[in-house]
Design a binder for this molecule. Structure first.
Ligand code: FUB
Ligand code: ZN
Length: 647
């Protein structure tokens, strides 16, 4: 079924100036520490120069190790593009231009563009879409090309990637003479849609749609290509195509399944395709999957994918804390998907999740100082004895601090591009409605048919719920300003030009419809109490426990503030919980304090188990301090818990 619709518009990062507050500070750290630190790692590991190697180059065999190196460089270039949009930096631009020249010079005459398969295994191109990430790399480079062109107007990367897209389009598609393949790791769908939006070339959108439509069809392409390689398709190393969401066509899928990053990239790309093609059957499927994911398979932090084995989903309500995988990239992908869903189905059910994943699951992935990263994001950490010490990336006795880099470093540059582009997530707009999703000091400009509108914001969000918005216009204009009333907010008030106004809340947004004049002000007061969050009774890992949340921020206890053995800290049901801003901590962040008890059984004889009748409970009164989960592991190493015992 197709309908006549277009997705809502986002504003590019160039139109958003997040001058201060939470995102202003994080973008400054991203620009000054994270982006340069990642480049150093790209250079140290040979990724930045891989494109200059040639097949005949003897250095190549030990320098190119990953089939998806290009994706890391692509994400870094994309981050640079977004960063340049809001903060010109000639030196950074020169560095990126050099990298881009090398990439373009590495392009083969037929348009093919992939450092690994150009240099290391030139005769293996396109032989294994299931595992070898060629289309995944292409997608990341396409996204970077669109961003870099928008930032600088320079076409070198864009031209290289449109040539590559043409090359791919000639090879894959529904036509008889083309291969009926699609990526094992979705991503190219997102890249092709961005190329389409940037160039207007509809073939790129059609190809993205083809990749979505063909996925999981029979005869199964991954079987066909495996047979062509002389392999038995039944011996697929992961055993099931659920892993890559190719077990059946997407329109027949109802649950979030398999590898979490692959899944969320696919869903985000499919949402974009649905938006631009008006295909409501895709939207119907995505809504079902969204409901499954957000009501049964998402951590309170917006983390996705509990399992290490598949880096992904298991089954409903299976959300272990200590062994959670919850890859940083998966939360970022959820942010992408949520925004794409909102833009075709405007409802705060998407942007509420977007905000949760952004402030918690995503931002936990980078240290406060900006140069260290988490790959997995557990919700409980007991660093001295972690049974999963053999998994890289999880916090273990050896690895419980964030790392400067990983063998598979997909998360750091993903985080850098997300933070650099967060301005694009502040609002969406149609011809007559401006939806404000995120609250942060600064301004965002949007073009409506009546002219440019600039929305300025002043606020201490996410540490306080008062937001002052000022509308800036060249001439009066009639439109609706729709302000998100977050799902965590139990009550709100709106004043327009100082007068309390009743607002019509539709699908989670308070709509103020009027003819706006330059300088009109809106004050939005969102009640932001500390909330004790309980998990669904089927989440067995959280039985009898609560998590603390205030506004969009999920909090945690750390050993450095509360002592060790946090499992013994019990928050009484009636305890008064105080919210403050601690100006001495991380430049000023929200903290929650209150009275708790430490339940320590006295007279423990030393054995591992004892009959309870011989014990006497000794409840020591203590005070506790909780900090934002995203900021854990920035001070002395130690335990951490999001879910705490309640008594
Ligand atoms: O395979 C490419 C990326 O590496 C995935 O998205 C991550 O989960 C990691 O496996
Ligand atoms: Zn990752």
């Amino acid at each position: 079924m197709t309908a006549n619709w277009e997705p809502l518009h986002s504003v590019p990062a160039s139109q958003a100036s997040l001058t201060g507050g939470y995102w202003g500070a994080r973008q400054r750290i991203n620009r000054t520490v994270t982006i340069p630190a990642i480049y150093q790692q790209l250079e140290r590991t040979g990724r930045a120069s891989a494109w200059m190697l040639r097949e005949s180059d003897e250095r190549h065999d030990h320098r190119i190790v990953h089939k998806f190196w290009d994706s890391d460089l692509g994400k870094w270039l994309e981050a640079v593009g977004y960063s340049l949009m809001s903060q010109p930096d000639p030196e950074l631009e020169r560095l990126a231009d050099g990298v881009i020249q090398a990439i373009a010079a590495g392009q083969l005459p037929d348009g093919y563009l992939n450092s690994y398969f150009t240099v290391i295994e030139p005769d293996q191109k396109w032989r294994n879409l299931r595992d070898w990430h060629e289309l995944y790399n292409a997608g990341h480079l396409m996204e970077s090309a669109a961003a870099y062109y928008q930032a600088t107007g320079k076409r070198v990367l864009l031209d290289a990637l449109t040539r590559y897209a043409d090359h791919i389009d000639e090879r894959f598609g529904a036509e008889e003479h083309k291969r009926h393949g699609y990526p094992g790791h979705p991503e190219i769908e997102l890249g092709l849609v961005k190329l389409y939006r940037t160039t207007g070339e509809r073939r790129y959108l059609n190809l993205a749609k083809y990749f979505v439509d063909e996925r999981g069809q029979s005869p199964h392409y991954f079987d066909i290509e495996a047979t062509e390689r002389g392999e038995d398709p039944r011996k697929f190393w992961f055993k099931t195509y659920h892993y890559c969401q190719a077990h059946k066509p997407l329109r027949e899928q109802t649950t979030a399944t398999g590898h979490a990053v692959r899944a969320a990239y696919l869903y985000a790309g499919a949402a974009d395709v649905s938006g631009h093609t008006g295909d409501s059957t895709l939207l119907d499927a995505l809504r079902l999957i969204w409901d499954d994911l957000t009501s049964k398979q998402m951590y309170v932090t917006g983390g996705l994918g509990p399992a290490h084995a598949n880096e992904g989903f298991t089954f409903g309500y299976d959300l272990p804390n200590e062994s959670a995988y919850a890859e940083t990239c998966a939360s970022i992908a959820l942010v992408f998907w949520a925004k794409s869903m909102f833009d075709i189905d405007p409802d705060s059910r998407y942007t509420d999740v977007m905000e949760r994943a952004l402030y918690n699951g995503t931002m936990a992935g980078v240290s406060y100082e900006g140069g260290h990263f988490f790959y997995a994001n557990p919700l409980t950490s007991y660093p001295y004895v972690n049974p999963h010490a053999h998994f890289s990336g999880i916090n273990t006795a050896k690895h419980y601090r964030r790392e400067e880099w990983f063998d598979c470093p997909c998360c750091p540059p993903n985080l850098a591009r997300m933070v650099a582009n967060v301005g694009a997530y502040v609002l969406s707009h149609s011809a007559d409605t401006l939806y404000v999703h995120l609250y942060n000091p600064g301004s965002v400009r949007a073009s409506l048919p009546g002219g440019q509108v600039r929305i300025e914001q002043q606020t201490d969000y996410p540490w306080a719920g008062d937001i002052q918005l000022t509308v800036r216009l060249d001439q009066p204009a009639a439109f609706s300003l729709a302000l998100r009333i977050p799902d965590w907010c139990p009550g709100f008030q709106v004043r327009v030009n100082g007068s309390t106004t009743g607002a019509d809340v539709q699908r989670g947004y308070a709509r103020l419809t009027r003819t706006w004049n330059d300088g009109d002000t809106v004050e939005l007061a969102l009640a932001m109490p500390v909330e004790r969050i309980a998990a669904h009774p089927k989440v067995r890992h959280n039985a009898g426990m609560i998590a603390l949340q205030r506004g969009p921020i999920v909090y945690c206890l750390e050993e450095v503030d509360n002592g060790a053995e946090l499992a013994n800290v019990v928050i009484p049901r009636g305890a008064v919980l105080r919210a403050d801003v601690d100006n001495a901590l991380f430049g000023g962040v929200g903290v929650i304090t209150g009275d708790a008890i430490r339940s320590v059984p006295a007279a423990w004889s030393g054995g591992l188990y004892q009959p309870q009748r011989v014990l006497r409970d000794e409840n020591q009164p203590v005070t506790f301090k909780a900090i934002p989960y995203s900021l854990w592991a920035n001070r002395q190493p130690g335990e951490m818990r999001v879910w705490m015992r309640e008594g």
